[in-house]
Design a protein around this ligand. Structure first.
Ligand SMILES: [Zn+2]
Length: 108
């Protein structure tokens, strides 16, 4: 049975997921249809930023989905790699993280 805390986390993660997907769609549209003329350096760098953000958001969406899965299994807040508890401060800053500080540092 999911606890009250887990249900609340699932709510928060679902909200984050909706927002991240919306943002991702925006940047995807921009990345797919570059809207600048030859020699338009500013337009080009805006487009490049959209491409970079798109990649970042794709990762974020995946991470949130994984965190949601884990929350639904009652594993929220435990590290996916080592099984240790993830620190409260870290979860507060990154609610969808699935790695503890130590494991995140190893994979970064
Ligand atoms: Zn870990």
């Amino acid at each position: 049975m999911p606890t009250h805390r887990t249900r609340r986390i699932v709510e928060i993660l679902k909200q984050e997921l909706v927002e991240a997907r919306k943002e991702l769609e925006d940047y995807q549209a921009q990345a797919e249809q570059p809207d600048f003329e030859m020699g338009d350096a500013e337009g080009y760098s805006t487009w490049q930023a959209a491409v970079a953000l798109q990649g970042h958001l794709e990762q974020e969406v995946e991470e949130i989905e994984r965190a949601l899965d884990r929350a639904e299994q009652g594993l929220y807040g435990t590290c996916e790699a080592c099984g240790e508890a993830i620190g409260a401060a870290r979860l507060h800053a990154l609610p969808y993280t699935t790695l503890c500080v130590r494991c995140a540092a190893k994979t970064a």
